[in-house]
Write a protein that binds this ligand. Structure first.
Ligand SMILES: [Zn+2]
Length: 100
């Protein structure tokens, strides 16, 4: 696997955890959000990633009907919140070194 892509996928997962913990999202909104952060992620990458994160116990999904359209919304589990708490100081450490 391409190392740079592996790093970016890690960053993307953190963005996903963060947003799942804030307000939850549907896949289409997350693609827009990631694009805003500079990551072009197609459904063929995003959905398997969301699925893996669900299987790992970090995300839960819920079907909601909005204006007649069924959409799957993803939100954070307690395990995701714990993970985020552990990740934050590491990000801080990384940023303060790498961006010194
Ligand atoms: Zn964001």
């Amino acid at each position: 696997m391409n190392i740079l892509r592996e790093f970016f996928l890690g960053f993307v997962k953190i963005h996903i955890l963060y947003h799942a913990g804030k307000e939850g999202f549907c896949g289409a909104d997350m693609m827009t959000e990631l694009d805003r952060h500079g990551y072009t992620i197609g459904p063929g990458t995003l959905y398997p990633l969301l699925h893996t994160m669900m299987k790992g116990g970090y995300l839960r999904s819920e079907k909601k009907v909005e204006r007649g359209r069924a959409r799957i919304y993803y939100s954070a589990t307690p395990k995701a919140r714990i993970a985020l708490r552990e990740i934050r100081p590491k990000i801080n450490e990384l940023v303060s070194e790498v961006l010194e």
